[in-house]
Design a protein around this ligand. Structure first.
Ligand code: COA
Length: 258
């Protein structure tokens, strides 16, 4: 895979996708969103890849938002299309991926950057990270799922405050409201994400993909999470991972999933 705006590397069943536009604080332009879509699609198909870590290049920013220069002259119609396409190609796509995605938030995660972190399955931040949805300060609202995922993660009151004030919160505050799961010094960020990814990759990828589906179903108005859980639970019984996992337990050995 060759890209201009992102870097992709794979090691020990873990893929790391680095958004690489440091001079623009890794802002998400159209080309970067397209490349991220291609990369996530390919990595999701790659059976060797059990976990994906997404991060930003440099020490300053994860992603400082959608690229403002690209949409400043858009019409109503173009604005709507921008949000619809972005949600479909990247944000919903990441959330619905079978492969778990960890966002390693290594600095500013603003607007589309925080939205990408929130679409990931969970977040780990470095202690210099700053997060926020500043869109209303630009006369627009979050369009890549921010008005939906932020209240899901931190509750409606805090989400309302963050969106209405357009302010930034630091990593400690983000940890205290459950927006990120851990805060560590920057040099420990990727090692911690890799350690968590390692733990995840010892488990059944098939079962994890069913768990992602069931969890997401509970947050969608079109699906019943409990019903999806029952269906997914049943489906697990037909997998070789279930056979291996239960057999290994009964034989008092560690399961080896394909
Ligand atoms: N879109 C396009 N370019 C962006 C960008 C964005 N979202 N965020 C930063 N950049 C660019 C800047 O224009 C600047 O480019 P230049 O050097 O060619 O002028 C470069 O990245 C560095 O940013 P700068 O603003 O000089 O850095 P800073 O340290 O002074 O400030 C931020 C950092 C994050 C506070 C500031 O860049 C910012 O507020 N960015 C926009 C955040 C935002 O509103 N995001 C939501 C978009 S919907």
């Amino acid at each position: 895979m060759s890209f201009d705006n992102i870097l992709v590397k794979e090691k020990n069943n873990i893929a790391t996708v680095t958004i690489n536009r440091p001079t623009k604080l890794n802002a998400l332009n159209k080309a970067t969103i397209q490349e991220l879509h291609r990369a996530f699609k390919a990595l999701n198909k790659d059976k060797r890849v059990k976990v994906i870590i997404v991060t930003g290049s440099g020490e300053k920013a994860f992603v400082a938002g959608a690229d403002i220069a690209e949409f400043s002259d858009f019409s109503v119609n173009e604005g709507e299309k921008l949000a619809a396409k972005g949600q479909k190609k990247l944000f919903d796509y990441v959330e619905q991926l079978n492969t778990p995605v960890i966002a390693a938030v290594n600095g500013f995660a603003l607007g589309g950057g925080l939205e990408l972190a929130m679409a990931s399955h969970f977040r780990v931040a470095s202690d210099n990270a700053k997060m926020g949805l500043p869109e209303v300060s630009l006369g627009v609202i979050p369009g890549y799922g921010g008005t939906q995922r932020l209240p899901q993660l931190v509750g409606k009151g805090i989400a309302n405050e963050m969106i209405m004030t357009a302010g930034m919160i630091d990593a400690t505050k983000a940890l205290s409201i459950g927006l990120v799961n851990y805060v560590v010094p920057q040099e420990e960020l990727l090692p911690l994400c890799e350690k968590l990814a390692g733990k995840i990759s010892n488990n059944s990828s098939v079962a994890i993909s069913y768990a992602i589906k069931a969890i997401n179903a509970g947050f969608s108005s079109d699906t019943d999470g409990f019903k999806e859980e029952i269906k997914a639970f049943g489906n697990c019984f037909g997998t070789s991972d279930f056979e291996e996992g239960t057999t290994a337990f009964l034989e008092k050995r560690k399961a080896k999933f394909e």
